[in-house]
Design a protein around this ligand. Sequence first.
Ligand SMILES: [Ca+2]
Ligand SMILES: [Ca+2]
Length: 412
Amino acid sequence: MLRKLLLISLSLLTTITIIACDNNTTLTTETTESTSTTTTVTTKLTTTTKLIDLIPSDCSSIEIVDGWVPTWCDEFQYEGGVDTTKWNHQTGGGGFGNNELQYYTSRPENAYVDGEYLTITALKENYSTNEYTSSKIWTQGIANFKYGKIEMRAKLPSGRGTWPAFWMMPTLSRYGGWPKSGEIDIMEHVGYDPNVVLGTLHTERFYGTNGRGVSTDSLLTNGTLSSIDVLNEFHTYGIIWTETSIEWFFDGHSLGSVGFSPTKYQTDPSSVDWPFDQNFYIILNLAIGGNWGGAQGVDNTIFPTRFVIDYVRVYQQDYISDDVENPTSPTMPQVLSNIDRNAYLTWKASTDDNAIKRYLIYVNGNYKTSTSVNGILLTGLLPGTDNFVDIIAEDYSGKLSNPLETVITTAP
Ligand SMILES: [Ca+2]
Ligand SMILES: [Ca+2]
């Protein structure tokens, strides 16, 4: 949701457990990311372990289509409160930075699983200083995700004043507080505009109402669908998130995508436009009122109103099992800025029979860093000299391309 500020307190960061991150998941501890106060560990799949062996038992009935392997799910096939091994409740009122009107509780009146569905119910009732109650659940502190296919099947609440969302926020906010570390809105809907569902990315450059995204309107205007009823019917809402793009889907129909643009924004580090190379966690909530949901007021005759979720699933593509070819060499190096000892370098992306995991960057023969996108801000280059840069693409099975060699000449 828009302007969800400062939700991540540093104290939470030490509790993070990585469950189903990366396309190459689990088993061997590979790298340690550190901030000034916290540490988290990401893991790497050894080439002897197949993704298919990592399907959680409660996701084992999910069909594998087009190589998408379920690595995390909640099918809501139990009764009572939400499964606390998968979700935490965020409780409280206070408007959440958007002047929202609800108080989020963890009571069954507001969130209940009946063996088939999770129902989040918004009620008109006085609670604390709020006039409405509802629920918000998230995987923060339990499960984090990077890349893959993330999907929900749900029926949306109806009525003016409702604002349901299925979205993701960054686990560590490595690039800074909102919006610098990004926000991925997979599905947002406001009750006063019932026929439109939006998907949006927020970044340091594109935040607030300037976020970049898609709408289900595209399926109506291009004739793919003749009508969309999200209130009375179940539909799937999802994204496919890769190293360089996020594409939204409604019932499997593409709504469009937003990607990394290395040559468009010439002098910035990638994170200003593309902070989506870090772990994110999943959030489900039903807000009432707020800057967007309440823009046309709240109809108090709609309550109780319900957001009914059949499942939430995360899939990862198996990029390792059938990988045969090495990536092609990167080409067309371009220095987009070269100021002091810092240069922004881009290149034409490599291709592969599966997918490019990252580019390894060497400067003057020494390993410098890696990046998942085809652009990097190189800092601390030697002054007044030719800096020899090698760029090597790596796929998910560890196969390497031939190096692209280029020279960056710095001022004295
Ligand atoms: Ca279900
Ligand atoms: Ca390959």
